[in-house]
Design a protein around this ligand. Structure first.
Ligand SMILES: NC(=O)c1ccc[n+]([C@@H]2O[C@H](COP(=O)([O-])OP(=O)(O)OC[C@H]3O[C@@H](n4cnc5c(N)ncnc54)[C@H](O)[C@@H]3O)[C@@H](O)[C@H]2O)c1
Length: 249
């Protein structure tokens, strides 16, 4: 399995899973464009000819347009898009969720995917090939109380990706969904209600919910992102890959 010479845009590249994906894709020979609101974690890749960091908000149409345009100008193709960005919801009962909170979660977790996939389709259709991986969450099949907005946003990612897989199949563009289980990144602590101890919740709630017995590591997710971007999945589209140590069962 190799990604030699392929060009991949990674969103959420400055986060836990995103950074692991950037590192692995570079190791596999891909050119990588890493986009995030915060690119501090990507400093170690600076200066490489096969890496570009893009600091920006992927909810802005113009920013998304520029990321794809500049990627194409620099590397000559856009073979893959790994949509890893996202935000958590701090667990709260529905009466305590403001409309603003709801809209923000839907926007970051779903609108960003609409915008980036729409832009990717323009390039990939012309190339008659491309691979898109959209990251959802195991919570779409195993929701937890108090995460109703987050779960809805990730359910939308799954439905949208399946619809797009069908729409783009004629152009040899694959669109797949990767649902991570509880993973040891900054985000995991952000799912806890304000009143609880984050470290205890990680251990007692999240870790214990994984049949394989440990939290996912960012690299566990990155390996599957790489797989879904590779030629080994040329006939896989509209699929849901659970990378969750069995949590979805
Ligand atoms: N960590 C978990 O337990 C877990 C479980 C299931 C699913 N997920 C999903 O996996 C993905 C990655 O999660 P993570 O744990 O690496 O989280 P993380 O918080 O470490 O990374 C998410 C990144 O997305 C970026 N981002 C947010 N909004 C953005 C915007 N508008 N424009 C550009 N970048 C933006 C953030 O700056 C951050 O760096 C997310 O989609 C998350 O919902 C995480």
């Amino acid at each position: 399995m190799t990604l030699q010479g392929k060009t991949v845009i990674v969103t959420g590249a400055g986060g836990g899973m995103g950074k692991a994906a950037v590192a692995l894709l570079l190791e596999e020979g891909a050119n990588v464009v890493g986009c995030d609101l915060n690119t501090d974690l990507l400093d170690e890749f600076k200066g490489r000819t096969d890496f570009v960091e893009y600091n920006g908000n992927l909810l802005e149409e113009e920013t998304v347009h520029q990321v794809f345009k500049e990627t194409f100008e620099r590397f000559g193709s856009i073979d893959g898009l790994a949509n890893i960005l996202g935000i958590a919801q701090s667990a709260a009962s529905i009466e305590d969720c403001s409309l603003n909170d709801y809209r923000k979660i839907m926007d970051v977790n779903m609108t960003s995917i609409f915008l980036t996939c729409r832009e990717a389709a323009k390039y990939m259709k012309k190339q008659q090939q491309g691979k898109i991986v959209n990251v959802g969450s195991v919570s779409t099949t195993r929701p937890r109380p108090g995460l109703q907005c987050y779960v809805a946003s990730k359910g939308a990612v799954e439905s949208f990706s399946k619809a797009l897989a069908l729409e783009l199949a004629a152009y040899h563009i694959n669109v797949n969904i990767l649902h991570p289980g509880p993973s040891d990144t900054n985000m995991l602590g952000q799912f806890s209600a304000d009143s609880v101890n984050v470290d205890d919740t990680k251990k007692e709630v999240f870790e214990k919910s994984v049949p394989l017995g440990r939290l996912l590591k960012p690299m566990d997710i990155a390996q599957s992102v790489k797989f879904l971007l590779s030629d080994e999945t040329n006939m896989v589209t509209g699929a849901v890959l659970h990378v969750d140590g069995g949590r979805n069962i």
